[in-house]
Ligand binder design. Structure first.
Ligand SMILES: Nc1ncnc2c1ncn2[C@@H]1O[C@H](COP(=O)(O)OP(=O)(O)OP(=O)(O)O)[C@@H](O)[C@H]1O
Ligand SMILES: [Mg+2]
Length: 479
């Protein structure tokens, strides 16, 4: 029965395939009709080999973000479902690499050989999978690690006007993860090429690229790329978190991300809301940041700490996107223009910064030593304001002012000079115990390096008893 055998591979049935058509194209988006079963975030393929991402569903058409552009999408071109969602190669092969949000190398090297892929859009971990923040994430920044501590899995907003050191702070935090078993993902959104190159170079020089991946959507990239970049970075971080690793993600910055989303939404005719942002912009950022968390031990114990950055205009925290982000995150680090102008670097405003959960993860020794410093410093700033009126001050007040000025001097820190946590404890203890009070503030602050060297030489750890610490510190200061 040769005829029958020839047909045995066939199955008879009905197969429905949809063929769509481009009805309009421009500005990195395309309108398509004739794909009624398309779903949001699904990939579609154009006849010229380009791909698009379904972004907007209308009654009888859909709006798509153009991703990989081949020869040029034109009106009338055929469109088909690709039957999958946007995914990205993930894993250790990406360490040291610079990629765009689709996983295309931006560093001139061949594509990374990764066998695992992760969806850009994924549901945040469920409550049962999560644990409380319980391990500190050391940024190496004096003010933050002592007074605004961050825990692994926390979402801490870095906010302030342009040029005040937000990116510098975040990069220093990445650099400080060297040798700590924390992998880093740096997402650069809408920055000019020179800034991107500078950032990559800074990381490379500091040896931080070995444990990091950089996801880039430059300022002149299509809005779709700028919109997808943080989700791509988050997916890469999620892969490691699910594998039980600790990850730090920097989103620099979400203001430009919101602008890309607004651009796309207006192009695709979503109704604009406050400040012309679409109504779901809050949901956009909360669904991104909700994916950062600590997983409970039985889910691997991995964590994803997020440092989203937001640029403000004239310190305006009450604008739409800043208020959204403040309410989504677990605290904020506020950079102030007046502090920067006064040379108080890093220009972190202690009064307006807060960490709502990191204190629980802070090491007890550091927590104890830093306990009164925040209050003391805020009182000093108030006192100093009064003292300007030239009233005669009594000795106790003079003393407070002197201590405050010393503290201000001690809190200064250069960039690219992250401080290990033992050095943190050393200066905190020396200050709290009044060991370095004598002399002018600058002179006292100049005694710090000797202290830190002594602590390192004695091999002190955070868990060593306080008495031992004080003994070493006093020894180092003895004439
Ligand atoms: N602790 C510091 N000590 C000395 N200089 C610093 C310090 N922190 C930041 N700077 C300098 O301040 C400038 C602005 O820093 P940075 O680019 O990080 O600011 P930004 O807030 O990210 O700005 P933008 O909003 O433009 O991205 C840089 O030249 C940087 O070197
Ligand atoms: Mg910046």
């Amino acid at each position: 029965m040769p005829e029958h055998a020839a047909h045995s591979g066939y199955r008879f049935g009905l197969r429905i395939s949809e063929r769509g058509q481009v009805t309009g194209v421009g500005d990195g988006i395309a309108w398509v009709s004739g794909l009624p079963s398309a779903r949001l975030d699904e990939l579609i393929g154009f006849a010229d080999g380009s791909t698009g991402l379904v972004f907007q569903l209308a009654r009888d058409s859909l709006g798509a973000i153009l991703l990989a552009q081949k020869h040029g999408v034109t009106a009338g071109m055929a469109v088909t479902h690709l039957g999958r969602r946007l995914a990205l190669a993930a894993g250790d092969a990406l360490l040291g690499r610079v990629m765009d949000p689709l996983g295309n190398p931006q560093d001139g090297l061949p594509p990374p050989q990764a066998r695992q892929f992760r969806d850009l859009e994924a549901a945040a971990p469920q409550i049962v999978e999560r644990d409380f923040v319980n391990t500190p994430l050391y940024t190496g920044n004096k003010i933050v690690d002592a007074l605004i501590p961050i825990g692994r899995g926390q979402r801490q907003l870095v906010i302030g006007d342009d040029g005040l050191g937000k990116s510098a702070f975040a990069l220093d935090a990445v650099i400080n993860q060297r040798g700590r078993d924390v992998l880093c993902v740096v997402v650069l959104i809408g920055q000019p090429r020179a800034a991107v190159a500078g950032c990559v170079e800074t990381l490379r020089t500091a040896g931080a690229l070995d444990y990091s991946v950089v996801v880039v959507a430059e300022a002149n990239a299509l809005p779709g790329f700028r919109y997808l970049a943080p989700f791509a970075g988050c997916a890469l971080a999620e892969h490691w978190m699910r594998a039980g690793r600790s990850v730090l993600v920097v989103y620099d910055d979400l203001g430009r991300h919101a602008q890309a989303y607004r651009e796309l939404s207006l192009l695709l005719q979503r109704p604009p809301g406050r400040e012309a942002y679409p109504g779901d912009i809050f949901y956009l950022h909360s669904r991104l940041l909700e994916r950062s968390t600590v997983l409970a031990p039985r889910f691997g114990g991995g964590s994803m700490t997020a440092l989203p950055i937001m640029e403000t205009r004239q310190g305006e925290l009450a604008a739409y996107i800043p208020t959204n982000l403040i309410s989504i995150t677990d605290g904020q680090i506020y950079f102030d223009a007046r502090l920067f102008a006064a040379g108080m670097l890093p220009a972190i405003d202690i009064a307006r910064s807060v960490s709502r959960i990191g204190g629980k993860a802070q090491h007890p020794a550091i927590k104890h030593a830093a306990a009164r410093i925040r209050l003391e410093y805020l009182q000093f700033l108030e006192l100093e304001l009064f003292a300007r009126f030239g009233t005669r001050l009594d000795a106790a007040v003079e003393d407070k002012l002197r201590r405050g000025r010393l503290l201000r001097e001690l809190l200064k820190q250069d960039r690219l000079a992250p401080l290990p946590e033992t050095a943190q404890l050393a200066w905190l203890l020396a200050y709290a115990e009044g060991l370095i009070d004598a002399g002018a503030p600058q002179a006292a602050a100049a005694r710090l390096p000797a202290l830190l060297a002594a602590v390192a030489a004695a091999g002190l750890g955070l868990d060593d008893p306080r008495e031992r610490w004080l003994e070493v510190l006093r020894g180092a200061l003895a004439p």
